[in-house]
Write a protein that binds this ligand. Structure first.
Ligand SMILES: Nc1ncnc2c1ncn2[C@@H]1O[C@H](COP(=O)(O)OP(=O)(O)O)[C@@H](O)[C@H]1O
Ligand SMILES: [Mg+2]
Length: 394
């Protein structure tokens, strides 16, 4: 199975590109699902559906044609399906603080639930071998990063926090009736957490395996959008995901000679050449600004024809370079992180247990070290050939 994850700034064209890719993959005979993980769902709109997917009151995939289905993860359905115990507890706490029922229900949607629910689906479909390709239409960059960092965070929580919390509560419960200001979660809460975790088992490896998962960044030829695309590239790499395509949408076509667009065209050309240089060797594709919105199957087909002009399969695995790797150099070891836009000054490194922690801005990645390197600490770091190289020393 392949997972193609489309990410980028709000409004750049992720949904249109994801939907068009879905149609193209289906045309080539792949059993395809396009899944929207953006809470502001617009996948149904992109296919110009009369009624929204939400009105169907289910998250089940909606069949578009023989090989293509689409799905919008609907958090209200998901709460019912997966999160009952957890949200029941959260709601009871909120009620205790005097918040009304409806508001408590709204507030009980913990950030990240949508992403986790989508991951559960991906995992379920993978186990059932239900689809050949899952196209993920992601929320804007920050949220899609939460999507990919979730498995590692959860893993950490389940290993380090969960057993302690559960154990402590068991011991504390008899006393708590008298002293605790809030109701403590029942043990079924913990069972629910465990069940959820079991459904997510293995998803982290799936996302980090470049033979299964590829990230495709959608951008526009504008400076601010490009900056965000670069940051996204760094963060995805930091989380171990492989970016295999950059898609520049809304490029003003050569045929537009109107004086009004002269400066726009010049700056787009400039940014396009920067994009090619920055992301090399990751291939950069272009989509023109069309004369109208890309809504409905026939316009999505037009977009697909531009984006996939050759016989090359959009699901093909084209890049296998891991975002980071380890090597031994003479007497010391090195960790090589492929982070082309990072200066050595932006990065903080330290050791925590058997992990190397890399911090870039507010983002943090735990890189598990192989046994042979567990006792080493980060020494000097240097930037070389668009790679950050960290020496690990005794
Ligand atoms: N190349 C294009 N030419 C014209 N309109 C486009 C193009 N790409 C996207 N659009 C339109 O722009 C709007 C936003 O696109 P969308 O795919 O929903 O972006 P995102 O999912 O990134 O927020 C939609 O109305 C879409 O039809
Ligand atoms: Mg969208």
């Amino acid at each position: 199975m392949r997972i193609l994850l489309f990410s980028g700034k709000g409004g750049v064209g992720k949904t249109s590109v994801a939907a068009a890719t879905g149609l193209e993959l289906a045309r080539r005979g792949h059993r395809t699902l396009v899944m929207s993980v953006d809470p502001a769902h617009s996948l149904g709109d992109s296919f110009d559906m009369e009624s929204t997917l939400f009105e169907r009151r289910t998250s089940e995939p909606y069949v578009i044609n023989d090989h293509l289905s689409i799905q919008e993860v609907n958090i209200q359905h998901e709460i019912h399906r997966h999160w009952r115990e957890i949200s029941a507890y959260t709601i009871s706490i909120l009620r205790n603080t005097g918040i009304r029922d409806v508001e408590a229900q709204e507030l009980a949607i913990i950030p990240g639930m949508e992403e986790l629910s989508a991951m559960m689906y991906v995992n379920e479909y993978r186990r059932e071998n239900r689809f050949d390709v899952i196209v993920l239409d992601c929320a804007p960059t920050a949220e899609s990063l939460r999507f990919v960092s979730m498995p590692a965070t959860l893993d950490w929580y389940m290993k380090h926090v969960f057993p302690m919390q559960r154990g402590l509560l068991k011991a504390f419960r008899p006393l708590a009736k008298h002293v605790s200001p809030v109701e403590l979660p029942k043990d079924s809460y913990f069972t629910n957490v465990q069940e959820l975790f079991a459904k997510l088992e293995g998803i982290g490896e799936v996302l980090e395996n470049p033979r299964i998962t590829s990230v495709r960044l959608v951008t526009n030829a504008e400076k601010m959008v490009l900056r965000e695309t670069q940051r996204a590239y760094v963060y995805f790499s930091l989380h171990g995901l492989t970016v295999d395509q950059i898609i520049v949408n809304r490029v003003i076509p050569d045929a537009v000679t109107d004086e009004f667009f002269r400066e726009w065209r010049a700056s787009q050309q400039q940014i396009l050449s920067e994009i090619e240089a920055y992301f090399a060797p990751v291939p950069v594709s272009r989509i023109p600004l069309f004369t109208r919105e890309v809504v409905g199957a026939s316009r999505l087909d037009t977009l697909a024809a531009v984006l996939y002009p050759s016989e090359a399969d959009p699901a093909a695995v084209t890049r296998l370079t891991a975002p980071y790797e380890f090597r031994k150099v003479n007497s010391h070891y090195e960790v090589i992180l492929h982070l082309p836009f990072v200066g050595k000054g932006d990065v903080k490194l330290f050791k925590k247990g058997d992990e190397l922690v890399v911090e870039i801005g507010t983002l943090r990645r735990h890189v598990g070290l192989p046994t042979s390197m567990m006792n080493l600490s980060p020494g000097r770091a240097r930037v070389e050939n668009r790679q950050l190289i960290v020496e690990l020393v005794e």
